[in-house]
Design a protein around this ligand. Structure first.
Ligand SMILES: Nc1ncnc2c1ncn2[C@@H]1O[C@H](COP(=O)(O)OP(=O)(O)OP(=O)(O)O)[C@@H](O)[C@H]1O
Length: 351
């Protein structure tokens, strides 16, 4: 689409290992909209890092096309290759920052010098470089630690230095490849929230590669699920975590909203019961539903399972209820729920 900052078109990457060929990425096509926090999730070995390394051509595709900033960076159809020039690629790469699980800081340099090092080829004078480094360290909340050495910092603080360094050349895209995987939960949350702040403040497109679903749920706008080199499904958090029925996606993102798996794990048979799944998008709604169904339709709803989860700023609730009452009134009750913007799925006889 026109506002995609990255577009993959039929991208494949093969690696030759001994006599075997490993297809790390297989015919992947999708776009990453500018200004989004876009998650790429999947198990280890799914091809996430390899795919993302094709953006700045750290990895050339075996076939397919990668467009970045609206330009063809690489295109290979048959034997014909179109490739961005070496000098242009060098310039464009500065607009693509990267952070990883390992911080890769220079131990013998201070925090500020680590950031300044990334500005060596920026064309700025040394005073401007210092000022910019201090500004970047302020952005990541480390201005007070500018004179410290990496070994004196916690993992979360070191990752903040790596983020400041990745932002040194004012990138338009920040690729985060498992950047929170080695951090404890508290530092993970702080780094994720920092990425979100930077995304908002600088309209920075963030590509978040992770196997941590909580990270995706906390900050991503959209997510692509990868498995065995392929993209299995792409969508909003609600599309993927709440609505997807793809078994591979469910296996990767969990079954919190998959009624049949929930019932199976609770050992509950759907036959001979009026089990209904209700999904709703507001925290206040669950209690009134139960009360309303009885008051308005004389239908009693006993809760078999209930959960509420946060997806960014969106709250989503799920209840599985067993309805008891007159058939006609149950039907009216379900119609009523549909009208309340509650998604209703009848589960009778499903498993
Ligand atoms: N340079 C390489 N040479 C050979 N095989 C490779 C190379 N890089 C990756 N692979 C293989 O390609 C597949 C995809 O790897 P990739 O690192 O992209 O997956 P991933 O989803 O990012 O997983 P992880 O988070 O573990 O890195 C794996 O089977 C991996 O072993």
């Amino acid at each position: 689409m026109a506002n995609d900052i990255v577009q993959f078109k039929d991208v494949s990457v093969d690696f030759k290992q001994d006599k075997k060929v490993v297809q790390a990425v297989s015919d992947v096509s999708f776009g990453i909209p500018e200004g989004q926090i876009f998650g790429i999730a999947g198990y280890s070995g799914a091809g996430k890092s390899t795919l993302v390394r094709t953006i700045n051509l750290l990895q050339k595709p075996t076939s397919g096309e990668v467009d970045v900033f609206g330009e063809i960076f690489y295109k290979k159809v048959g034997k014909e290759v179109t490739l961005i020039s070496e000098s242009k690629l060098r310039k464009e790469r500065r607009k693509i920052g990267m952070i990883f699980q390992h911080y890769n800081l220079l131990d013998e340099k201070t925090v500020q010098q680590n950031v300044e090092f990334a500005l060596k080829h920026s064309g700025l004078k040394s005073k401007q470089i210092s000022e910019k480094a201090v500004r970047l360290l302020t952005d990541v909340g480390l201005e007070k630690l500018a004179k410290y050495y990496p070994s004196q910092l916690s993992g979360g603080q070191q990752q903040r230095v790596a983020i400041a360094r990745a932002l040194a050349n004012d990138p338009k895209i920040l690729i985060s490849d498992e950047a929170t995987s080695a951090l404890d939960p508290e530092n993970t949350i702080q780094i994720l929230d920092l990425l979100k702040d930077l995304n908002r403040k600088y309209q920075l497109t963030v590509i978040l590669i992770t196997h941590e679903m909580d990270a995706i749920k906390r900050i991503c706008d959209e997510v692509a699920i990868m498995d065995s080199g392929k993209v299995v499904e792409i969508g909003s958090l609600i599309d993927i975590f709440v609505k997807s029925t793809n078994p591979v996606v469910r296996q990767i993102v969990g079954n919190d909203f998959d009624a049949l798996s929930i019932l199976k794990s609770l050992n509950i048979d759907t036959n001979n019961r009026n089990l209904v799944k209700l999904v709703y998008y507001s925290q206040e709604i669950s209690q009134p539903i139960i009360v309303d169904l009885y008051a308005k339709f004389n239908v009693s709803a006993s809760i078999v399972y209930a959960d509420i989860e946060e997806f960014g700023s969106q709250t989503v609730g799920i209840m599985i209820v067993d309805l008891n009452g007159d058939d006609a009134q149950i039907k009216q009750a379900l119609d009523y729920l549909n009208g309340l913007d509650v998604e209703v799925t009848e589960l009778r006889g499903e498993a």
